[in-house]
Design a protein around this ligand. Structure first.
Ligand code: SF4
Length: 250
């Protein structure tokens, strides 16, 4: 499934409310520094488009048009969400686009929050860090801290440095929400040998909150299974025992 670009929705998000999506990737392809085997956009190799990313101006113009429309309908979004066909922070104008989005949010829907759903691969870059400090919900993926499972589950591009990323997440000084996909099947990150070190990493990162969730839509790897509610609840309780808020989406 690929999303329209640069604006899609609004859609009702189980985690975020009425969400207007901002997709910084082309509509006809996926661009990501991960290649997760659960990605609803499909495997990178199967989702190659030929179009370029939308420019900063195209994003701002598309967002303004949609906010004008929603304003006229009296149905403003709860959240402006950077997501879609890949990793938003890979866009070379990401920081400028965040600045434009804040300006348009303040003008049309000052109550709305700006969320970025990211895989955390770019958080070591100072410009990306600074831009993410300016959004309301800086949501960063950390599915496990076991590098073998990361290679099988998230399949990062070469150069992935887990320890540098954990250090960079800690440098947000709490201005970060960690999101973790738990699942089972031929890859399973719910076992204690993975959960205990992940909890240790959370202690180091000290995020403002944690989002625990599982598969909700068809995955390109058909053998994956949802983590059950009991498992997710037990993990969430252990996060809360560390003094962190934790939401669960089943
Ligand atoms: S990080 Fe997100 S967009 Fe990228 S492959 Fe994984 S699920 Fe898909």
């Amino acid at each position: 499934m690929l999303y329209p670009s640069p604006i899609f929705g609004p859609v009702h998000s189980r985690r975020l409310g009425l969400s207007l999506g901002i997709n910084l990737m082309p509509a006809d392809g996926k661009m990501c520094s991960f290649d997760c085997i659960y990605c609803e956009c499909g495997f990178n190799a199967d989702a190659r488009g030929g179009s370029p990313r939308p420019t900063r101006d195209e994003v701002a113009q598309g967002l303004q048009r949609q906010l004008e429309l929603m304003s006229a309908e009296g149905r403003l979004p709860d959240v402006l969400t950077f997501a879609g066909n890949g990793e938003p922070t890979l866009h070379p104008q990401f920081a400028d686009i965040i600045a434009d989005t804040r300006r348009l949010r303040d003008a049309y829907c000052p109550e709305a929050r700006i969320s970025v759903l990211s895989n955390a691969t770019q958080v070591t870059k100072p410009a990306v860090h600074q831009a993410l400090m300016l959004v309301d919900n800086n949501i960063q993926k950390l599915d496990t801290v076991d590098i073998d499972i990361i290679r099988r589950l998230d399949r990062p591009a070469p150069g992935y440095d887990l320890q540098a990323i954990i250090d960079a997440l800690a440098r947000f000084n709490g201005h970060v929400i960690v999101q973790t996909m738990f699942l089972t099947g031929h890859v399973d990150n719910t076992d204690e040998q993975y959960v205990a070190p992940w909890l240790e990493a959370l202690k180091r990162i000290a995020p403002q909150s944690v989002m625990v969730y599982t598969i909700d839509r068809p995955t390109p790897d058909h053998s994956l299974r949802k983590a059950d509610a009991q498992t997710l609840d037990a993990i969430a309780e252990r996060v809360r025992a560390l003094g962190m808020a934790c939401s669960v989406a089943y």
